[in-house]
Design a protein around this ligand. Structure first.
Ligand code: ZN
Length: 190
């Protein structure tokens, strides 16, 4: 990443922190939501050496369209426009490629992720690989409150099915996912 891109990345962190400020993760300690996009940034850049600025910025913003809720939620169309204006069309394309269609049921969305994984842009595949790795790590170390071992196992299996469609895009990220998968299996033996 060119150091000239650093202000755009910091602006994305600032924007995502603001958009997610009322949200918490689903674990028992209700971790602040912004920890999750920051975890993706860490996986992509620090652990896997990804330096593409649009991919890093897209990772920071990846849940901003889909998962911002609460009293400050703007209309989705407004948020799209905002991302385009502040961070560019190429970032918006990546964010949209990893955003679920909330008009579908939960099962439909999960199935769609499996089917679409192989067909999304390369940068979006990297973001999705990091997302699935971050979520699996969280589930192994601090499972969502009230999740049964079966639910955890189902989630891990579904993640692996999505990742099957992303393989061949980045060996280092795929290895990090496989490690997270193995650690999850050790932490929650079925
Ligand atoms: Zn995510």
């Amino acid at each position: 990443m060119d150091t000239l891109e650093l202000p755009r990345l910091i602006a994305a962190l600032h924007y995502a922190a603001h958009q997610h400020r009322d949200q918490r993760r689903k674990d028992e300690d209700e971790t602040p939501y912004i920890n999750h996009p920051i975890a993706l940034l860490h996986i992509l850049n620090v652990e896997a050496g990804v330096t593409d600025a649009d991919v890093l910025i897209g990772a920071v913003l990846h849940d901003v369209i889909e998962d911002c809720s609460g009293p400050h939620q703007m209309y989705i169309e407004d948020r799209r426009e905002e991302i385009r204006a502040r961070f560019g069309e190429s970032v918006l394309v990546l964010v949209e490629a990893v955003t679920d269609d909330k008009t579908q049921t939960r099962d439909e969305r999960k199935q769609r992720q499996v089917e679409h994984a192989a067909h999304i842009p390369h940068g979006a595949k990297l973001i999705k690989l990091a997302d699935k790795t971050a979520n699996l790590r969280d589930i192994a170390s601090m499972p969502p409150a009230g999740w049964s071992p079966e639910k955890i196992e189902d989630y891990a299996d579904w993640s692996a099915r999505v990742v099957a469609g992303l393989r061949g895009s980045h060996a280092g990220l795929e290895e990090l996912f496989d490690e997270a998968w193995a650690a999850q299996t050790r932490a929650n033996p079925g």
